[in-house]
Design a protein around this ligand. Structure first.
Ligand code: GUN
Length: 285
């Protein structure tokens, strides 16, 4: 039986630590860490994500602002809100929920966010810092996966790590963070030839493809660790990951379930980045 990598329990433990630190921060500064989330339009999935971020902030005692703008918001209006939040001393983290409506330029908005408040770590300055290892913020999903591995006693150094997917949000930064932990890293993607022969080399396999049952039993090495970043719906409409869980689980040493694996860690890392930004703004190491 594979060990289940429990994202819910790990997330709870990290949030408890963040809540305790938030109390210390309040005593020291008289302030709360503040997160502003900006959402434009009515995308239902985004609305759920934003509600969950707000709830998570309340749970750890942060100041939480949600700026819900109508679909018809112009680029100038959105840019102006970001500028205002950049200069608001009560706000330490700014997150613009993606995707934005088609008429808005996400790159333009992300460039406007003060890198010191960019708790998603999407600003090119922060992306560059991650590359050279001088970062203040790590991107939330890959950072959450590293915490999950470490808190479940899974060694990364010297391991063969294979990441499927090369997105800017997950695949590419995941590869960099595994490299930083001294893993030997390969990135696979839609043009990779004989994918299964590469993934079967993996001691640690991370899948962020976005297709249900994409990772099958023949693609994993016996005893591997499998991390499933997928958030898909199966034929019955049930939430599932990229990994054919029931077929793969008997062959591996550890695996993340979906739901309850990687997902809960992403928002927790957002909280951690916001606390870090607040401490930095207050001059507390
Ligand atoms: N949409 C889906 N995931 C994310 C995320 O991590 N950050 C932002 N800003 N938008 C998202």
């Amino acid at each position: 039986m594979a060990m289940l990598i429990d994202g819910k329990a790990t997330s709870r433990a990290v949030r408890d630590e963040i809540r305790a630190e938030t109390e210390r921060f309040l005593k020291a500064t008289g302030m709360l860490p503040g997160l502003a989330v900006v959402i434009v339009g009515e995308d239902p999935a985004s609305q759920i994500y934003v509600r969950n971020k707000h709830k998570a902030c309340e749970e750890v005692g942060f100041l939480s602002q949600v700026h819900a703008l109508p679909e018809a918001t112009t680029q100038e209006e959105l840019d102006a809100l970001v500028e205002k939040l950049n200069h608001d001393p009560a706000i330490h983290g700014i997150l613009v929920q993606l995707p934005l409506p088609k008429h808005l330029d996400a790159e333009e908005v992300l460039l406007r966010i003060d890198p010191e408040k960019d708790v998603d770590a999407f600003h090119p300055v922060n992306v560059g810092k991650i590359m050279i290892g001088t970062d203040s913020f790590l991107p939330c999903t890959p950072a959450g996966i590293i915490v999950l591995l470490k808190r479940h006693g899974i060694e990364i150094a010297g391991k063969r790590c294979v990441v499927i997917g090369r997105s800017n949000i997950v695949g590419k930064p995941m590869a960099l963070l595994l490299l930083r932990e001294n893993g030997t890293v390969t990135i696979c993607h839609s043009r990779t030839k004989d994918l299964a022969s590469v993934t079967r080399e993996a001691d640690i396999l991370v899948s962020s493809v976005g297709k249900a049952k994409f990772v099958t039993a023949d693609m994993v090495k016996e005893g591997a660790v499998v991390i499933d970043v997928g958030m898909n719906r199966d034929e019955a409409g049930k939430l599932c990951g990229d990994v054919d869980f029931s077929a793969v689980e008997p062959h591996v040493s550890a695996i993340t379930p979906v739901p309850g694996g990687v997902g809960p860690m992403t928002i927790t890392m957002l909280l951690q980045n916001t606390l870090k930004a607040a401490k930095k703004a207050a001059g507390i190491a």
